[in-house]
Design a protein around this ligand. Structure first.
Ligand code: BGC
Length: 784
């Protein structure tokens, strides 16, 4: 096959993965998706034999080295624990893994030391946070979740895996599958939002994208589902703060995406930083042993979050560093990320007979098995010559652009302002305004800016490329964006791309707004691009208020007063308080952090070359005071469904500004003909079908969503719960029947009174439509 043909075949496969085959019509429900098991050219038994026999030859120090991930950057405490250079450690003992090195030459050099110069020649796993792309940066995870398109997400993460492998990274610390119900929490951007069902679907898709059908598939990486578990429930949305989560919420809400990742074959998990119900997650036997190993039969290994083992002392859980090593290790944590605590203290623990050699062997075995499964013993090195070609593959950019088109969420479009005319007939001049209007690194979000991103198209550039010379496009920056309290990530070498915008005096801010208003007055339409720079969302990026910061609200209101049509494009990692805009700005587009092709993808949407189809994976609050906010809460006294209900607050409606699952299109859809099998035994399945019709004038994708409610039972049940969804592409006037099956996976819940999973013989409501307020209703009953 010549190169052009190879490329075309690859591209076609990618597009099929991306859009699915036309005959793929069945809706997604958990029960229709079987769990995966690890398979490999070497059978599991053979892998076990190889790992066991290698283990038998290992000294204690060599074993403990496999339980350790060495920091790729300088860390004083690590140096204090381990008074040797990385090369010396590798040569003498080897290492389980090395963190944060992504130069293929350096990876090969270090691997050479481990493989050629250490006694047992055990290769090292190189790990990095490739969260939504390595060189081609895809939209941030919350954006990809907004696509409700699992095939697309799988395809994007497959590209991320391929690019990672091309530089020698074999392990990514992704997917992040933490449920987040509080938009103050900075890391909402890294996950799939508030819903366990959508979260589980996205977890599964990402694991399959990263790992492929089996660990060891070519051009794929080892996935690591994180942060196990409950990190998203941090008190007050403050990053790293404690979480208090009752057991029923753990099972029903926070754990399902992890379970889905494990069922999809995720080879590793990362334990979280925070205390869960007063027991730090990284030393929590209930999580790491009872849930993960006992209940779920997880066969892979668990790595701590960075330095989380040594932090057990800070929590007031461990007495000293040795006790920290003891508590993490005996809880079931296999690998210590970067702190060197295991390296120094596990040998002492053994000497003092506080742990046994059998326990050490049990912890090492899954790490060795993973390395065998991944074929690292046969192929430890990266072929440096493939790097350029893989990273610069134009097909990757094409997939990234489609991913943007399918991820952005149209929140408002009064009077059909969008799409804009690009031919210069009605619009001759456009003002692009705002501190994110010409941003590049800030479109990538934190982790995207931390790997080795290629060029990024800003929104201004995307618009200019779209309209060419037919329309005049001018730019006004407006006020600069800065955090009030700087991020610790700013200024460190790896994160050099992430920068605050320079400080301004009040006078300068005022002037920047005045300049923007002048430009708006001279233009036919103003496109305001507002939100958060990358340092404002992500780790260490929680906020106490969701308001548009740094004078952006003033800018928005002043430009709106200029009397020209205004389109607001939001670049951010979480819902923001846009209550004023929701009443006064005719068109609002949520772009999230759209990645390398952000500018092009958003211009495609703004000018109608693509039809928006994203739907919110989180409930969008009216104000910060509503947080935490989520749609799948319980029905209680004076429920919001009763006719005289107004609000649970006296100063604001308690409903969201935009509900979970919400998103507009340039066309419209109608849902009808809902058919549901009226009854089934508790062990059986309920069949559901309904018609969706494109009732507007443009082709577009509907996201059909199915919600259920159990009316009574051994515990109160949420007012609605998502239990199925499907993206359906429809030409104008076209109709499609979608089918869903509700089985045990959808109908069961963990009952706090029964203390177990139950499917109960009760009456259920079912709704189907385009968001979580869907009106099309039916009922069914489960019988004994
Ligand atoms: C983050 C993890 C990340 C790790 C390694 C930690 O600070 O919480 O999500 O994987 O660093 O980069």
């Amino acid at each position: 096959m010549n190169l052009a043909r190879t490329r075309w075949v690859y591209f076609s496969i990618a597009l099929i993965i991306l859009f699915g085959r036309p005959d793929q019509a069945a809706g997604q429900t958990a029960t229709t998706r079987p769990a995966r098991s690890w398979t490999n050219p070497l059978t599991e038994a053979l892998i076990r034999d190889k790992a066991t026999s290698l283990l038998r030859q290992m000294t204690l120090e060599e074993k403990v080295a496999q339980l350790s991930q060495l920091p790729g950057t300088d860390d004083d405490e690590f140096k204090e624990n381990v008074q040797q250079s990385m090369d010396e450690v590798l040569r003498q003992f080897g290492a389980g893994s090395i963190l944060w090195i992504s130069d293929p030459k350096e990876i090969n050099r270090l691997q050479h030391v481990a493989v050629e110069q250490s006694r047992l020649h055990i290769p090292v796993l190189f790990g990095l946070d490739v969260i939504h792309g390595y060189h081609t940066i895809f939209p941030a995870p919350i954006a990809m979740a907004s696509s409700w398109d699992t095939e697309m997400v799988e395809a994007a993460q497959a590209v991320a895996a391929q690019e990672s492998r091309a530089v020698g990274i074999q392990w990514t610390f992704a997917p992040m599958v933490d449920i987040a119900r509080d938009a103050r929490w900075g890391r909402m951007v890294e996950g799939a939002g508030e819903d366990p069902y959508l979260g589980a679907a996205m977890a599964r898709a990402q694991v399959l994208g990263f790992q492929g059908q089996q660990l060891g598939a070519p051009d794929r990486v080892l996935a690591c589902a994180k942060h196990f578990a409950g990190y998203g429930a941090a008190d007050g949305g403050r990053d790293y703060d404690s979480s208090y989560i009752p057991e029923e919420q753990m099972w029903n809400t926070y754990l399902p995406p992890f379970k889905a990742a494990v069922d999809a074959g995720a080879g590793s998990l990362m334990s979280a930083y925070m205390d869960l119900n007063d027991v730090p997650a990284s030393g929590n036997p209930w999580l790491l042993h009872d849930v993960l190993r006992d209940a779920w039969k997880f066969q892979g290994f668990v790595v701590s979050d960075a330095f989380a083992v040594r932090s057990l002392r800070i929590h007031g859980y461990a007495r000293d560093p040795q006790d920290a090593a003891h508590k993490a290790f005996t809880a079931g944590l296999n690998m210590d990320m970067a702190s060197g605590t295991y390296l120094k203290y596990l040998p002492i623990e053994l000497q003092q007979k506080r742990i046994s050699m059998q326990q050490i062997d049990d912890a090492v075995l899954p790490i060795l098995e993973t390395k065998f499964r991944m074929g690292l013993f046969e192929h430890p090195y990266v072929d440096e010559s493939r790097r350029e070609q893989t990273l610069n593959d134009p097909a990757h950019q094409e997939i990234a652009r489609k991913t943007v088109q399918r991820s952005v969420v149209l929140l408002r479009n009064q009077g059909g302002l969008l799409p804009l005319d690009k031919a210069g007939k009605t619009i001759h001049s456009i003002a692009v305004i705002g501190p994110l209007g010409d941003a590049q690194a800030d479109l990538l979000s934190m982790w995207g800016a931390l790997t080795k991103p290629g060029p990024t198209i800003s929104i201004l550039q995307g618009i200019q490329a779209k309209v060419g010379s037919t329309v005049r496009v001018a730019f006004a920056h407006g006020p600069n964006l800065r955090r009030d309290i700087p991020s610790p990530f700013e200024g460190i070498e790896l994160t050099a791309m992430m920068k605050e915008q320079p400080a301004q005096t009040a006078q300068e801010t005022h002037q920047s707004i005045a300049d923007a208003v002048t430009l708006a007055r001279q233009s036919d339409v103003a496109i305001l691009v507002l939100g958060e720079i990358d340092l404002m969302s992500g780790e260490y990026a929680s906020r106490s208020s969701l308001k548009l910061s740094n004078g952006q609200e003033d800018l928005l209101e002043a430009v709106s007063a200029a009397g020209k049509p205004v389109v607001l494009v939001l670049v951010n990692g979480r819902p923001l308080d846009i209550s004023w805009a929701a009443e006064h700005v005719p068109a609002i587009l949520e772009a999230w952090y759209p990645g390398s092709q952000g500018g092009n993808g958003i211009a495609d949407i703004l000018f109608g070359d693509a039809n928006p189809s994203g739907h919110l994976p989180v409930s969008w609050p009216r104000s910060t005071g509503q947080l935490p906010l989520y749609y799948n809460h319980n029905l209680t006294q004076n429920p919001e469904t009763s006719p005289d209900f107004k609000s649970r607050y006296w100063d604001l409606l308690s409903s969201p500004l935009y509900p979970f699952g919400y998103g507009l299109s340039y066309t419209t859809f109608a849902f009808d003909n809902l058919k549901v099998s009226p009854t089934a035994r508790t062990g059986g399945t309920i069949e559901v079908s309904a018609d969706v019709t494109n009732t507007g004038g443009r082709a577009g994708d509907a996201v059909v969503q199915l919600y259920i409610h159990q009316r009574a039972g051994s515990a109160s049940r949420p007012v609605r719960q998502l239990k199925g969804f499907e993206r359906v592409a429809l030409e104008p006037g076209a109709k499609r029947t979608v089918h869903f099956t509700l089985g045990k996976g959808e109908l069961q819940f963990w009952s706090p009174t029964e203390k177990k999973w139950v499917v109960e013989p009760e009456q259920f409501d079912i709704w189907l439509g385009g968001d979580s307020t869907a009106a099309l209703h039916a009922e069914f009953r489960l019988t004994e």
